[in-house]
Design a protein around this ligand. Structure first.
Ligand code: NAP
Length: 288
């Protein structure tokens, strides 16, 4: 299967590392803005047809996005250009060439008044990032039949990058720095490699539609951080409780957000993780 991964961030680089090892199953190419990629492609002004030339993938895994939630609030035009128009350009390409599109969305499309949310719940985004991801979902649904919208949350996986929440938290705990973490924002922590493993299951069964494939457990950020500290053997008392109002951020965050994963769990082969399973998988990888 010929797969093009667009974007080399947390999810894109993890997907590339895992899937490109399966040479008997996949032929993987990846694009990024600048650097040593198969293709150089900018979602804002790139012409994908021109960039790809003769190469035609069967599946596009679109991981590139403007993911800085406060940045999207401060620069809504940039967010629109990347997250909405950028996605629309890929949708047009997929429609013309009958390519399956895998797109990643977020629980930030919901207002967080009473999570966890299922795929059938009505979105009501509180911030620009959530609104633009929702706009992109709508464009995909209106134009394509062969698509997957996979909603995820709180991605982390220290085996694959050191930019994520868990990696940064562990660095601080190792240095015995204390830190304040909010206990009023809930979400479903998701192991990045688990998303990739589940993408394979969706591809194997040629499924389409919208699915929540985050971790199974809704937890607040403070409790999540404490659990990480405990499992990795650091002092959990370094983590101090805070409220969202203690921090001034440009974008409002949904508080009681989170996702109900029941629909995805019914698919044979799909394996979603609770918080302990996820954190132990990361601990097993790393010898501290
Ligand atoms: N991380 C999460 O917790 C989370 C939660 C819910 C949904 N998602 C969604 O999951 C997907 C993957 O997220 P992620 O965590 O892997 O994001 P990420 O680490 O921020 O990676 C995003 C990538 O997109 C690239 N990018 C930004 N603007 C671009 C443009 N104009 N053209 C081409 N590439 C561009 C970035 O490049 P530079 O690094 O060079 O800027 C970066 O490599 C995104 O759609 C995100 O919205 C993520």
């Amino acid at each position: 299967m010929k797969i093009l991964i667009i974007g080399n961030g947390q999810l894109g680089s993890c997907a590339y590392k895992i899937l490109s090892e399966k040479k008997d199953k996949y032929e993987i190419k990846i694009s990024g803005i600048e650097g040593d990629f198969d293709f150089k492609y900018d979602l804002i002004n790139g012409n994908l047809e021109k960039v790809l030339g003769d190469y035609l993938p069967e599946v596009i895994i679109l991981t590139a996005a403007y993911t800085h939630v406060d940045g999207c609030e401060e620069k809504p035009n940039l967010s629109f250009a990347i997250n909405v128009k950028g996605t629309e350009n890929i949708v047009k390409f997929c429609k013309t060439h009958q390519v399956k599109l895998i797109f990643f969305s977020t629980d930030y499309i919901f207002d967080g008044n009473h999570g966890p949310y299922s795929e059938d719940d009505s979105p009501n985004p509180l911030n620009v990032y959530g609104q633009h991801k929702l706009n992109a979902e709508k464009i995909i649904k209106e134009n394509l039949k062969n698509y997957l919208i996979l909603r995820i949350a709180w991605l982390a996986d220290i085996k694959y990058d050191n930019m994520n929440f868990v990696a940064r938290l562990l660095e601080k705990l190792k240095n015995r720095e204390s830190l304040k973490i909010v206990d009023d924002q809930y979400g479903n922590p998701t192991l990045t490699r688990n998303v990739v493993e589940n993408i394979e299951v969706f591809l194997d069964q040629n499924l389409s539609g919208t699915y929540h494939i985050s971790g199974t457990e809704m937890i607040n950020r403070f409790a999540y951080a404490r659990k990480i500290a405990e499992i990795f053997g650091y002092d959990p008392n370094l983590i101090l409780k805070a409220k969202s109002n203690d921090f001034k951020t440009a974008a409002k965050r949904p508080l009681y957000g989170g996702m109900n994963t029941a629909k995805a769990k019914k698919i044979p082969g799909i394996k979603l993780l609770n918080v302990e399973e996820m954190v132990y998988k990361m601990k097993d990888d790393i010898a501290f």
